[in-house]
Design a protein around this ligand. Structure first.
Ligand code: HEC
Length: 499
């Protein structure tokens, strides 16, 4: 799908002036700002105050007005909130507002609006761009379609979950399209392959996206390259809603374009700490983790959280990757430990439980479900009811999965129930923000509407919320107990938020 309309050279030049404050013709372009200082216009481009979409970005008590041509040119003019009134602009009075800060009614504009020294050529380009700004759509949007892309492996071992996510997304978009789409546009899904997680992960996806741009990215799975999926979105400046990354240690809030659904292992581990502190007041809790940077950081945070909740006896016990032997188990057992928060991989948890059972010792074992569901379901019977897992979504969505991973007869639909639930949640969030953005679609406007989502039920259980500095929808977990006889899980907590 081609971008909705191609800009003329003059409009393209004007866009550069408007968005970046750069003169494409190489002329001097400077701005005098409040206080009388003169700076390069690139430090105060129009878009920084009036928005890349011309809708105005209120900030610090200022509300730069909308710069939509049809509004500016209205013959009866405007009365602004600050009391300033003026008749409609024409090209000459618009140029005067930009250079001298005098509006079409002869009023001086607030000093917050810089005065620009700009060549005649550049002014003509800028005005040509302002004229079409309100009709400009970002790439990936046409009059009748919105192109949404997802990065999914459809080959190799992760292909099965990749297909489950693709089908869930496609089903959801089909439902939306069957009801008429969003503001008259149908949603179209493109699946981009992540390629090998080699030297240049996601290179193929990046190239495909550059050739045929999508308006937004949704869900997506790049095993071993989770961080790269987020950088792909950041570098391309394309919003990414809900990458499916159950194994990430933390879902970072640093990225601007990436909207995570839930927190990573760190948040789930902290939720386990909250739960343990309540269930085992003054209990002796050991946080057992592999000696590896990310894990050690999480373990430290968990111990701190436990201590701040009066579990004075909380401590860390480190092990070398893959070396879960009787010495480790004895070390953990010493000091009358009654609960273990285990932050290793499934196979390591299985080894720990087997070794403990051999010694006839069955402490409570608490672990993030994404790592350990399979191992938990296969633990020795001695641990019945004593293994607790944290999940970032309502247990109902996960219950079948625990069952299914334990039982070979389960179909793929059951096996990937969680991936489907997360994919649909990402799709629901994107669709809601698209609806709120309206017909005039720009990525900036979409992101603003994502940031305005609060208390949003995406079907995961916890209500999700985003904001200007908030890129993780819900931080925390539910805790479930594993019933080893039935091979099922039973919720033992409501949503435990950890912010
Ligand atoms: C630092 C923030 C800032 C930047 C950068 C900025 N403006 Fe403004 N602009 C404002 C504010 C604030 C007002 C409202 C002033 C008032 O109401 O007195 C305004 C008003 C205007 C108006 C008058 C609109 C009306 O309805 O009366 C125009 C036109 C305008 N700006 C164009 C531009 C253009 C074009 C650029 C870039 C070359 C630009 N502005 C850059 C803050 C900014």
């Amino acid at each position: 799908m081609q971008p909705s309309q191609a800009l003329t050279d003059k409009e393209r030049a004007g866009k550069r002036i408007y968005v970046e404050g750069e003169s494409p013709s190489g002329h001097a372009f400077r701005a005098t700002i409040a206080g009388g200082t003169t700076v390069a216009a690139s430090l105060v481009p129009c878009a920084s105050c009036h928005g890349a979409d011309g809708l105005g970005r209120p900030e610090g008590g200022l509300s730069p007005p909308e710069l939509l041509w049809s509004e500016l040119m209205k013959s009866y003019g405007h009365a602004h909130e600050n009391g300033r009134r003026h008749p409609g602009f024409n090209e000459r009075s618009l140029a005067r507002a930009i250079t001298s800060g005098i509006d079409s009614g002869g009023n001086a504009l607030d000093a917050a609006m810089p005065r620009y020294a700009i060549s005649q050529d550049d002014m003509a380009s800028l005005i040509a761009y302002l004229e079409i700004l309100e009709h400009e759509q970002d790439d990936g949007v046409s009059a009748s379609r919105i192109r949404v892309a997802t990065v999914l492996p459809l080959e190799g071992p992760p292909a099965e979950v990749g297909r489950a996510i693709r089908d869930a997304l496609q089903e959801q978009l089909d439902e939306i399209n069957a009801r008429g789409g969003i503001h008259g546009r149908k949603l179209e899904l493109a699946v981009l392959p992540p390629g090998d997680a080699g030297a240049r992960p996601l290179e193929e996806a990046r190239q495909l996206l550059a050739r045929d741009p999508a308006f937004a990215l949704v869900s997506g799975l790049a095993p071993g390259a989770e961080q790269d999926l987020s950088s792909l979105a950041e570098k391309a400046g394309v919003p990414l809603v809900g990458p499916f990354a159950p194994f990430t240690l933390r879902a970072d809030a640093g990225a601007r374009f990436t909207f995570q659904l839930v927190g990573g292992l760190r948040d789930q581990s902290l939720a386990l700490a909250h739960w343990a502190a309540q269930e085992f007041p003054s209990g002796r809790i050991a946080v057992v983790h592999p000696a590896q940077d990310g894990y050690a950081d999480v373990a430290r945070a968990v111990v701190q959280r436990l201590r701040s909740r009066r579990c004075r006896g909380a401590r860390r016990v480190e092990y070398a990757r893959g070396e879960v032997e009787s010495a480790l188990v004895s070390r953990v057992r010493a000091g009358k430990t009654n609960a273990v928060i285990f932050l290793g991989e499934g196979s390591e948890l299985a080894a720990f439980a087997a070794e403990a059972a051999r010694l006839g010792w069955a402490p409570f074992i608490l672990a993030p479900g994404a790592l350990s569901a399979r191992a938990a379901a296969a633990a020795p019977r001695l641990f019945d009811g004593k293994i607790l897992l944290a999940y970032p979504a309502r247990p109902a969505a996960e219950r079948r999965e625990v069952l299914a991973t334990a039982g070979p007869r389960a179909g793929t639909r059951e096996r990937h129930a969680a991936a489907r639930v997360f994919a649909r949640a990402a799709g629901a969030i994107l669709a809601e923000a698209l609806r709120r953005t309206g017909r005039h679609l720009t990525r900036e406007a979409l992101m603003e509407n994502l940031e305005k989502l609060h208390d949003f039920d995406a079907g995961l259980g916890p209500p999700l919320a985003y904001g200007p500095g908030r890129r993780v929808g819900a931080r925390g977990a539910y805790v479930v107990a594993v019933d080893l006889t039935k091979g099922t899980v039973r919720p033992v907590s409501g949503w435990i938020g950890v912010e």
